[in-house]
Design a protein around this ligand. Structure first.
Ligand code: FES
Length: 273
């Protein structure tokens, strides 16, 4: 993802490369993948932006469903019952999204993810849009300068996002204990459970997570337990792209289902209690 300061020119325009005027000699549909990426990621960005400023339909008190986009809800403006960890923050003015502290962590974690970096650079920055396809930029500095140098903060976003994931897990468990007491299972409980499972798979398959567990070991044989974890995480890591997409979509669908129930568009399908 980085380049040396001696080679600021991008790809095919570098001296010493074959002088080919065509942008690419590829004849396959190389543009399809960045196009789909731009559409899906663009839809997610628009959807979450609308939801962050909506400040409504994020909590179903009857079944303890809290959308992951608003968890934890820490402001005195949060709906009664939705603040599982208290309200250490004061009431927010209407223009301020309730998840103002947590959303930058989630966005930073995704935006600095090794996979999403590739996807975003290809789909939005066209740097480059595909293998063996020339990019429009005249200069290339990779991630050596502001703002892209901030991508190196990924491991710290991983730590912060992991703390939020523990809270999401608590939310998912709580969704099996409705307000009228006892144990209950609704479609919303299952959706929250599937979503948090996908979020765990996404986080555990993270490259930084894999490195934290075993990336610095010089002798695997001296650390058999760490080595075992590193081996398991490496298997998940091979499917990181799939988990990145699946978890993105489950977050969006989970939020939309909670909107639908909270707004009264649909009744939660109760399977037990
Ligand atoms: S590399 Fe994708 S979440 Fe860490």
């Amino acid at each position: 993802m980085t380049t040396t300061s001696q080679s600021p020119q991008p790809g095919v325009t570098q001296s010493g490369r074959a002088a080919i005027s065509a942008r690419t000699l590829r004849t396959d549909r190389w543009w399809l993948s960045p196009l789909v990426t731009a559409i899906v990621l663009g839809a997610f960005i628009v959807y979450t932006t609308v939801r962050l400023f909506m400040r409504d339909y994020y909590w179903v008190g009857e079944y303890h469903y809290l959308t992951p986009l608003y968890s934890p809800c820490l402001s005195a403006s949060c709906a009664p019952g939705s603040s599982h960890f208290g309200t250490p923050l004061p009431a927010f003015p209407l223009a301020l999204p309730l998840p103002i502290l947590i959303f930058p962590i989630l966005a930073g974690f995704r935006a600095s993810c090794y996979y999403y970096r590739k996807a975003i650079y290809r789909a939005f920055l066209m740097s480059p849009p595909g293998c063996a396809v020339s990019e429009p930029a005249k200069k290339y500095t990779g991630e050596t300068r502001f703002p892209l140098i901030l991508q190196n903060l990924h491991r710290y976003f991983f730590y912060l996002a992991s703390a939020l994931l523990l809270i999401n897990t608590y939310d998912a468990v709580l969704a099996f204990f409705p307000a009228d007491g006892g144990f209950g299972v609704g479609l919303g409980s299952l959706i929250l459970l599937v979503n948090v499972t996908m979020l765990w798979l996404y986080s555990l398959s993270c490259h930084a997570c894999r490195h934290i567990f075993g990336g610095r070991l010089k002798h695997f044989s001296k650390h058999p337990i760490q080595y075992w974890f590193w081996t398991q995480l490496s298997k998940l890591n091979g499917r990181h792209m799939q988990f990145a997409w699946t978890s993105l979509i489950t977050v969006m669908l989970t939020d939309f289902y909670i909107v639908a129930v909270a707004a009264g568009w649909v009744a939660d399908l109760r399977l037990f209690n």
